[in-house]
Design a protein around this ligand. Structure first.
Ligand code: GTP
Ligand code: MG
Length: 200
């Protein structure tokens, strides 16, 4: 799978107002500042497509990007942004949960995890919630340029061990860097396979 064209389409808080043309879509979720928007830019090869920031809480809406005039990548707000007010957090959680559970054309969710951290309760809980909702997801470790490969391997092992407390099998696991573009082809091929399966 190669991306030849990527364009911003629309931002919403209500999944019902998102594009209605039933194209396949893939969403990126994870804690605030984990690198969701940066990963979308890395995958599409366009640094200015999704807005990124060193400060958490940058993405606040459901953003649809049309890829190759065929399918969507979706950038979502992060969860666990401590500085947002409780009311604001609950509002976000509501519309993100509605989007994730009610959007039928959503084929896969990429759950982004900071590769520098040991397993985080909030991320494990979120993935377990995806399981309850029967939402297919893959684990994507971000920012691998920021740690040594031995430290990365250690955290991956810990994460896999933690997941296997709750799951019989692991979902697909990707390691990425938006700085070096590591992991780009594997994620694109995975998306391509899912689209091929759906199109038959
Ligand atoms: P919210 O929209 O606030 O939820 O954040 P986000 O998950 O979209 O994160 P974003 O892509 O805005 O990136 C947050 C910060 O991490 C920015 O300063 C990025 O430059 C940095 N960053 C993201 N990915 C990488 C990476 O792979 N390597 C390095 N070194 N920095 C990264
Ligand atoms: Mg963002």
């Amino acid at each position: 799978m190669k991306i030849t064209k990527a364009t911003f389409v629309v931002s919403n808080t209500d999944y019902k107002l998102c594009p209605t043309d039933e194209r396949a879509e893939f969403a990126f979720i994870g804690r605030s500042n984990v690198g969701k928007s940066s990963l979308i830019n890395m995958i599409t090869g366009n640094k200015n497509l999704a807005k990124t920031s060193g400060r958490p809480g940058k993405t606040q809406l459901i953003n649809h990007f049309l890829i190759n005039e065929d399918w969507f990548l979706v950038d979502l707000p992060g969860y666990g942004y401590a500085k947002a007010s409780k009311v604001q957090r609950e509002k976000w959680e509501r519309f993100i949960a509605d989007y994730l559970t009610k959007r039928e054309q959503l084929l896969n969710v990429f759950v982004l995890l900071d590769s520098r951290l040991e397993p985080q309760k909030i991320d494990i809980e979120f993935m377990n919630w995806c399981g309850e909702k029967e939402l297919p997801f893959a684990m994507v470790f971000t920012k691998i340029d920021k740690l040594s490969s031995s430290a990365l391997q250690k955290n991956l092992v810990k994460y896999k061990k933690e997941m296997l407390k709750y799951w019989e099998a692991l979902p697909p696991v990707f390691t990425t860097s938006s700085e070096s573009a590591f992991g780009k082809e594997k994620i694109l091929n995975y998306i391509g396979q899912i689209i091929d399966n759906v199109k038959g």
